[in-house]
Ligand binder design. Sequence first.
Ligand code: BES
Ligand code: MN
Ligand code: ZN
Length: 536
Amino acid sequence: MQIHVTSGAPGSLGSQALVIPLFVDGRLDGAAKTADAELSGAIADVLGSGEINGAAGETALLHSTKAPKRVLVIGLGERDKFEMPSLAKYAGAAVRYLGKRNVHALAFTLPLEADCDPEQAAAFIVEGALAGTIDATTYRTEPDKPIALDEITLVATAGEHEFDKRKLEGGAERGRILGEAVNFARTLALTPANDMTPTHLAKAAEDIANRYHLTYHVLDEAQMRDKNMGAILGVSSGSDQPAQMIVLEYAGDPGSSEKLALVGKGITFDSGGISIKPAENMHEMKYDMSGAAGVIAAMSVIGQFKPKANVIGIVPSSENLPGPRAVKPGDVLRAMNGKTIEVINTDAEGRLILADALCYARELGATKIVDAATLTGAMVIALGHAATGTISNNDAFRDHFLCVAKETTEKYWPLPLYDEFSTTVKSEIADLRNSAGRAASSLTAAAFLKAFVGDVPWIHLDIAGTAYTDTETPYLAKGPTGYPVRAFVALAEDVAHSDGTARNGAGAAATTSTRDATAGSADVGGADGAATTRAH
Ligand code: BES
Ligand code: MN
Ligand code: ZN
């Protein structure tokens, strides 16, 4: 795919279609105004007719014999509620609408009148445009034609911002790297579990390490046994596929002893084990390695952006099957830190493999840990598919993360980690039990994990509701969403920033941001389209 940046008149572009954002106030300015003039007022006519009024996600396609031959107007909602990440939806919607109609060379006008930073706008548009393309039918003997995107042109013609080609290109390049990584994570998650075993996942991580010069190592089951990782080995015992403890490392700040660990749940298929799940929707449990895919994809971006930070990605990976040697309810496992765990429910396997991974993160020198896991069905009940539950042993770290993540297209929402949840996960016969009933089960799961992080500042992201959706939106296909790649990358970059040094590499033209210190929600943007329920 080619990316161009221009300040030229819309009519002079070779693109097959020009995409124009429109706010509810219906004001045509910047490139939209120029294009309207070139089309003798055709855009204003459509607005005047009431066919479209700028509401978020609305579309109107205009044809003309003059260039631009097609103009796609896309509503951005109310101007004063506009937030930059929604540009990714704007772009994704355009790519999906036009791509299905055989239009693969798109010019996007940047809504610079909304006073957005051109470089950031470019990054969001390219990220969202790429996320709009994905082909999920690769296993068909005659796959659907993918929504191809051959060319993106970013048109910046107005606003108080001076046209700075280099900055726009930098932003677009960041968007490209991020969008491709998001699609890579989605493709890993989409891959059926017979083709995405722990060994395959390790191979994918190794390929990324080779391509982006990261350090890679993996522990096999014998090495895990040497390290007393009895929790992940317990989960793996019901499967013929060997578990893998996969590690990718990026050392961008050798002078510092700070190290951020990104840990992702890599259950390549979760049948529930002996506590087997109902058949309905069980096939979706191939997505139970979405956290792992997010870690590997985020590490690939970090290897390209090259922030001044040390980041380690850790992926505990296993199948959860009810084989003859499978762990049984009532069995007691011993994790790497020596803590004993009574297995009440073999379907609460995510916290078991994460227990050893969190211990290993500390052994490898992590000074901050963030894990992402499709951990609890209750998360979908609590926040639906709208936001990721964000739980931490350190409020300051969590609030900081929420601020950083707010500037991405992903949404995160804080949930409490009260001491009583730690009491709830105590076992009668062992240190911990892996299941403590239905009440607040997303939070008792987090309390369980907390027992393995010691005093390291740690955040747990339960992506059970956000990692995939079963509803297509105008801007995103159904299936995996690419959570939490964007927030992971943003956090790694923020770690680099916080010691006041600039980024290098592809990250040089990075976004600067104004963060308000309000802890809490990231309430705009994100792949939040779906609102249906899944039962497990
Ligand atoms: N992978 C599931 C959680 C899940 C369910 C993710 C639905 C996405 C959609 C996890 O391993 C699981 O089975 N959790 C159980 C835990 C319970 C047995 C304590 C759950 O949440 O029901
Ligand atoms: Mn499970
Ligand atoms: Zn699971």
